[in-house]
Design a protein around this ligand. Structure first.
Ligand SMILES: [Zn+2]
Ligand SMILES: [Zn+2]
Length: 119
């Protein structure tokens, strides 16, 4: 499914080809803090299915428990989270579904990190 979206102020815009079966809710504590919400809805797409149209996201890098360095890409102006990925040789982008114009057509299909879910 072809989708497009961007940050709240409109500086960062992108389009992507997503598989609606790969929409998930992440309950990890990073997603809670970084989204400011009880959980975050994400869809994973291969790197080559993501096309940045305008703006260069700011990249916040954090070390995961696994030792992997993860990028949180966000708009440097309005702060909207746009996607997450591995820093080194990323193969997937985890697009923040709330940035997509077509989000109403992308209900989540599974939930992960349920042990840290906010009650
Ligand atoms: Zn913005
Ligand atoms: Zn998460």
């Amino acid at each position: 499914m072809k989708v497009d979206g961007g940050c709240h102020c409109g500086r960062v815009r992108f389009e992507a080809e997503v598989d609606p079966a790969k929409v998930l809710i992440c309950h990890c504590t990073d997603c809670q803090t970084l989204s400011g919400a009880a959980f975050r809805t994400v869809v994973r797409v291969p790197v080559n299915a993501f096309n940045l149209l305008s703006g260069e996201p700011k990249k916040y890098v954090k070390q995961a428990e696994s030792g992997n360095r993860m990028v949180q890409a966000l708009c440097g102006d309005c702060g909207s989270p746009v996607y997450g990925s591995h820093l080194d040789r990323p193969t997937y982008f985890g697009i923040r579904v709330a940035t997509l114009r077509q989000r109403d057509a992308l209900p989540p299909k599974l939930q992960i990190w349920c042990r840290s879910a906010n009650p």
